[in-house]
Design a protein around this ligand. Structure first.
Ligand SMILES: [Cu+2]
Length: 159
């Protein structure tokens, strides 16, 4: 009894780890950074670009980090000249073969309830939660907004 059970359990484990690795390999994440929050701020934002090289859609659902109590995927929009943002409850769709950018003035990861100081040059470890690929941990450098580029926030760009 026992040897048979072991073999089956081993096979299931091997299958699981293989499928997780294969899905995560379909996503390439680059150009990530965390905006250094103004002094005393209770929220911050992280930006990155995700390329889905797989054949199926995945979704970025949120994340976790030691520097904030909650990480949500947000969308920033300008409607009738008013900038507003909302949490994407069902995550951010990552279509196959496409590159999805999280950048100032658009999609972003909101770090809510900052638990410490984030200074320029810090290495912020963020675990991203994907609907299919599971958890992917990335290291993002903290940069001042000016250094990271506020291009998406300029008046002219809000057409
Ligand atoms: Cu936000």
């Amino acid at each position: 009894m026992t040897p048979t059970f072991r073999i089956v359990a081993g096979a299931v484990l091997a299958l699981c780890s293989f499928s997780v690795a294969a899905s995560a390999a379909d996503l390439s994440i680059h150009d990530g950074w965390v905006r250094v929050p103004p002094k005393g701020a209770r929220t911050g934002a992280a930006y990155l670009t995700i390329r889905n090289q797989g054949a199926a859609e995945d979704r970025l659902m949120g994340g976790a980090t030691s520097v904030a109590s909650t990480v949500e995927v947000h969308e920033m929009k300008v409607e009738k000249g008013v900038m507003s943002m909302r949490a994407l409850e069902n995550g951010l769709a990552l279509p196959p073969g496409a590159q999805t950018e999280l950048k100032p003035g658009g999609y972003h990861l909101m770090l809510i309830g900052l638990t410490g100081v984030i200074a320029a040059g810090d290495d912020v470890v963020l675990t991203l939660h994907f609907a299919k690929a599971g958890d992917v941990t990335v290291h993002l450098p903290a940069k001042d907004a000016a250094a990271g580029g506020m291009g998406g926030m300029t008046q002219g760009g809000a057409q």
